[in-house]
Ligand binder design. Structure first.
Ligand SMILES: Cc1cc2nc3c(=O)[nH]c(=O)nc-3n(C[C@H](O)[C@H](O)[C@H](O)COP(=O)(O)OP(=O)(O)OC[C@H]3O[C@@H](n4cnc5c(N)ncnc54)[C@H](O)[C@@H]3O)c2cc1C
Length: 327
C-alpha cells in the first residue's frame, strides 16, 4: 500500500503553500486521480483537497466574456444560463462526457487535467509505458491501438487526450488562469496541453504547484455551433472522434470558423487549415469535404485505428453541416 497524507484547504494562499511542497498533488473531486491511485499508477505523498476553495463562480467579464471558476462542477458549468445561452457548444461537450453522477462531482480544473484512457497506461501489468514509466517504451505502438492517436503522436507515445470539455474550449479560444509559486499566468487552451514528443509523461505545460483558478472565454461571435461525439456506446463512453464546430455566418457565407477535434491526438486538435478554407466561402458540401481532408493532412494511423482518418473527416462534415443548419 502507498501511504499518503491529506489536507483540505479553504483559501488559495494555503492551497499554493501546501500544493507547492514536493510530492503534493491537488485533489478535485478525485474521479480520475483516486482511480489512478487505487491502480498504483499515481503515487502522491500528499493530497491537497481544493474542492472547498471559493472558486465556483461562473460570471460575466466586463468585456462580454465569461469566467468559470475551476471548482465549478461539470454539471454546474453545463447548466449555467450564461453557458447554455452564449456557449452552447461548451454545454453540449460537457453533457456528452461521463455520467450525470460523475458530472455532479467532477470539477472544471480536474477535467482539464484528467489523464489519458490508454489501456496500457492504466494497466501496470504492462511494463512498457513511457507516460507511466519514462524510458520503458510504448506498448500501444505494437499493441491494440484502436482508440489511439492519428495526429501529432511520437514514437514515444500514441495516447489521446480524453476530455470533451477541453475540445470545446479549444474551439472557443479559452484561456486557463493559473496561480503558482511564481505568481499568476494565463495559458491559452491551445498551449495548455502538450504533444507527447519525447516527454510523454508531461500532459500539460502546468508546473508543479500551479493551481488552476479559472477558465475564461472571450465574448463569442460564433452563434452557430455543435459538438459531435462519436463513440462505441451512446453514453458513458469516451470519444473515438469528436468535433467541436463553431461558425460566425453572414447569410450563407462563413465569416469565420472554429473546428477542434477530440480523440485523435495527445491534446485537443485545432484544425486551422480547415478553418482557413471555410472562412469567406459559402458552406457547401464539396468545400466541407476539402476542409475535412485538410484537417487530417499528415495523419499517421496505426494497425487498428486507420478508420479514424475517415471517421474524423465525416464527423467534421456532419458537425459543420449541423452547426450551419445544413443537416
Ligand atoms: C467512468 C468514467 C467515465 C468518464 N467519461 C468521460 C467522458 O466521456 N468525457 C470526459 O471528458 N471525461 C470523462 N470522464 C472523466 C471525468 O470527466 C474526469 O474524471 C473529471 O472531470 C476529473 O475531475 P475531478 O475534479 O474529479 O479531478 P481529480 O480526479 O480530482 O483530478 C484530476 C487531476 O487534476 C488535478 N487537479 C484537480 N483540480 C486542480 C486544480 N484546480 N488545479 C490544478 N490541478 C488540479 C489533480 O491533481 C489531478 O491530477 C469519465 C470518468 C469516469 C470515471
Amino acid at each position: 500500500m502507498n501511504s499518503f497524507s491529506y489536507v483540505r484547504v479553504s483559501d488559495v494562499e494555503s492551497a499554493l503553500r501546501e500544493g507547492g511542497a514536493a510530492g503534493s498533488r491537488f485533489l478535485g473531486a478525485g474521479t480520475n486521480l483516486l482511480d489512478l491511485m487505487k491502480g498504483g499508477i499515481e503515487r502522491p505523498q500528499r493530497l491537497v483537497d481544493v474542492t472547498r476553495l471559493p472558486l465556483t463562480a461562473i460570471e460575466q467579464l466586463p468585456d462580454g466574456g465569461l469566467r468559470i471558476g475551476a471548482m465549478a462542477t461539470n454539471s454546474d458549468a453545463a447548466n449555467h444560463p450564461l453557458v447554455r445561452t452564449r456557449y452552447p457548444l461548451l454545454s453540449q461537450a460537457l453533457l456528452a462526457g461521463a455520467s450525470p453522477q460523475l458530472r455532479n462531482m467532477a470539477t472544471v480544473g480536474g477535467n482539464l487535467l484528467q489523464r489519458t484512457r490508454c489501456y496500457y497506461f492504466y494497466d501496470s501489468a504492462f511494463a512498457q509505458c513511457n507516460k507511466r514509466n519514462p524510458g520503458s517504451g510504448c506498448a500501444a505502438l505494437e499493441g491494440y491501438n484502436r482508440i489511439h492517436a492519428i495526429l501529432g503522436a511520437s514514437d514515444q507515445c500514441i495516447a489521446v487526450h480524453p476530455s470533451d470539455m477541453a475540445v470545446a474550449l479549444a474551439a472557443l479560444d479559452a484561456v486557463v488562469r493559473v496561480r503558482g509559486p511564481k505568481g499568476e499566468r494565463a495559458i491559452p487552451l491551445g498551449e495548455f496541453h502538450r504533444l507527447p514528443g519525447d516527454t510523454p509523461q508531461r500532459d500539460t505545460n502546468l508546473e508543479h504547484g500551479e493551481l488552476i483558478t479559472a477558465v475564461e472565454l472571450p465574448a463569442s461571435r460564433f452563434t452557430k455551433s455543435t459538438y459531435l461525439k462519436i463513440r462505441d456506446r451512446a453514453s458513458y463512453a469516451f470519444a473515438l472522434v469528436s468535433v467541436a464546430a463553431a461558425l460566425d455566418m453572414q447569410g450563407s457565407t462563413v465569416r469565420a470558423a472554429r473546428i477542434a477535434l477530440g480523440g485523435v491526438a495527445h491534446k485537443p486538435w485545432r484544425a486551422m487549415q480547415a478553418e482557413a478554407l471555410l472562412a469567406g466561402s459559402a458552406l457547401d458540401t464539396g468545400l466541407l469535404r476539402k476542409a475535412a481532408a485538410a484537417a487530417v493532412e499528415g495523419a499517421k494511423p496505426y494497425r487498428d485505428n486507420a478508420f479514424k482518418v475517415e471517421l474524423a473527416q465525416r464527423a467534421i462534415v456532419r458537425a459543420v453541416q449541423t452547426a450551419g443548419g445544413m443537416a
